[in-house]
Structures are given as structure tokens and as C-alpha cells.
Design a protein around this ligand. Structure first.
Ligand code: 9WO
Length: 251
């Protein structure tokens, strides 16, 4: 339940490499993730990349070869920081957050959350020297098609998504199970009190007390919304439900 190992260490640790360590835990120190952090369910380390600078000005970046605007993070400084952060443990993941990476989805979140340790490199400026990616074997991951001013906000999103999947963090384990079965569907509409608000009633079925009917309505609504908004998810969902795997759950 606690999520700690026998030795009392967290079962899942993330090490964040950044020139702005003061950004962490940031929002991860509040709410569900924050409580789990205090309880030792997960561990957070920050590595200040600047501590590995070589010169008296502590520079971590330099002008791009070939010219052009902005600055590039130096490979030698970054590799030293990565070597300090990595444990070499079996299953450890080394991640670089960049818009050109593999798009993060729930399946990738699940695989990161089951690794013992994740090292996350947050870039700044125009990016990092390409050779670091290759030499250190960094896995490039994107949280979406937009450009931030650095990888830190993306790291916070990725870590939050992982932490809520750790055993004992979110109370409602059943909710997580349902999520994994229906992961290709968008959320159904939610309602709470008051029953009538600004002339709008809550759908009758939700007040019926008929849980079978409610389940069917929610499923139908989730399907309607997914089909209308996300053709990509819809086709994956249809494929999953017509190709075996989940058929027995359907009835
Ligand atoms: C800057 C830039 C300027 C002109 C044309 C293209 C450009 N791309 C970038 C850029 O990607 N800058 C990055 C800023 C360098 C690495 C850290 N930064 C970052 C990471 N911005 N956005 C992310 C990110 C990470 C994960 N998912 C989405 C966005």
C-alpha cells in the first residue's frame, strides 16, 4: 500500500535534470501527487545542470555551429549531468522532452510508471547538442505539438501522469481498471447537484438508480463524443473491440 521497497526507498523515482531546479516539485508538491511524495510512495531528485559547467561563468550553452539564432546546450556538460543522475539500474529510462519526440500517450505513461527509475532531461534555449541524444541513448518524448520555453512544464505533466498510476496513490483502483479497459474512449459527461441549474436538467437516466442502464448510457455517450472528436481514437477502439482481445468484457 505504501509503495515503498523493503529498504524504505520509494518504488518509483524520477530524477529531473534542469537549469531551473526551483521549478520542482512545483505543482507536484500539491494535492494527490504531493501527499504521495511526502509519504515516500515516489521519489523526486533534481540535478542542477549548471553544477556540471566547466568554466568560471558556469555556462551550459554555446552558439550553434552553422550559425543561426539562439544557443545550444553543450554535450559535455549534459553528459556529465546525465551520468550523475543515472543509477544504471535495470529498467531505468532516460528521457529527453522535445516536440519532435514520440507522442506521450497512456500506454507510454504506463510503461514509464512501471520502470524503477526515470531520468528526465529538460532542455532550454534552442535545444541540446544532437550527439548527447545518440551517445546517452535518450528516448525522445513529446507531450504535444507545441513549443514551450523549456522542457520543465512537460516534465511536470509527464510525472503527474505516472504518479497517479502508482499503487496506493489514487484511492479508487477500480477507476484505474476501468480506465485501462476504456482507454481509447474520451470521458462521458459528468453531472452533480443541483438537479436543475440555469434551466438545464441532469439527464433522467442518471437519476434512475438503474446502474446497468447508467453504464450503457455512459458508454454510448463516451462513444458518441469520441467518434465526433477523435477519429484516431475511435478507429483504435473499434479495432480493439472487433479483433478479439476485449470481446469477453463487452456482453
Ligand atoms: C525552438 C524553436 C525555435 C524556432 C523553430 C523551432 C524551434 N523549436 C524550438 C524548440 O523545440 N525549443 C525547445 C524548447 C528546445 C528544448 C526544450 N524546449 C521545449 C521542449 N519546448 N517545448 C518542449 C516540449 C517538450 C515536450 N513536449 C512538448 C514540448
Amino acid at each position: 500500500m505504501s509503495g515503498e521497497t523493503a529498504a524504505g526507498r520509494p518504488a518509483w523515482t524520477v530524477s529531473v535534470l534542469t537549469i531551473f531546479p526551483e521549478m520542482f516539485p512545483g505543482p507536484l508538491g500539491a494535492s494527490i501527487a504531493g501527499r504521495a511524495l511526502e509519504e515516500g510512495v515516489w521519489g523526486l531528485e533534481t540535478v542542477d545542470i549548471r553544477a556540471f559547467a566547466r568554466d568560471k561563468h558556469r555556462s551550459v550553452d554555446d552558439a550553434p555551429f552553422g550559425g543561426g539564432p539562439g544557443m545550444v546546450m553543450r554535450p559535455d556538460v549534459l553528459a556529465d549531468a546525465i551520468d550523475a543522475a543515472r543509477s544504471g539500474a535495470e529498467g531505468e529510462r532516460l528521457v529527453y522532452l522535445t516536440p519532435r519526440g514520440r507522442r506521450l500517450d497512456q500506454a507510454l505513461v504506463r510503461s514509464l510508471a512501471t520502470a524503477p527509475r526515470v531520468v528526465v532531461l529538460c532542455g532550454r534555449f534552442e535545444g541540446i547538442d544532437e550527439r548527447v541524444i545518440e551517445v546517452c541513448g535518450l528516448e525522445e518524448i513529446s507531450i504535444g505539438d507545441f513549443v514551450l520555453s523549456g522542457g520543465e512544464p512537460a516534465a511536470i505533466a509527464l510525472i503527474d501522469a505516472c504518479v497517479r498510476l502508482l499503487p496506493g496513490v489514487v484511492g479508487d483502483e477500480q477507476g484505474l481498471v476501468e480506465e485501462s479497459f476504456e482507454g481509447d474512449l474520451l470521458e462521458y459527461p459528468h453531472y452533480t447537484r443541483p438537479r436543475e441549474w440555469r434551466g438545464l436538467a441532469v439527464p433522467e437516466v442518471l437519476l434512475s438508480g438503474n446502474h446497468e442502464l447508467i453504464r450503457a448510457w455512459r458508454r454510448a455517450e463516451a462513444e458518441r463524443i469520441t467518434k465526433a472528436r477523435r477519429a484516431d481514437l475511435w478507429s483504435r477502439y473499434v479495432t480493439a473491440w472487433t479483433s478479439g482481445g476485449k470481446r469477453e468484457v463487452e456482453d
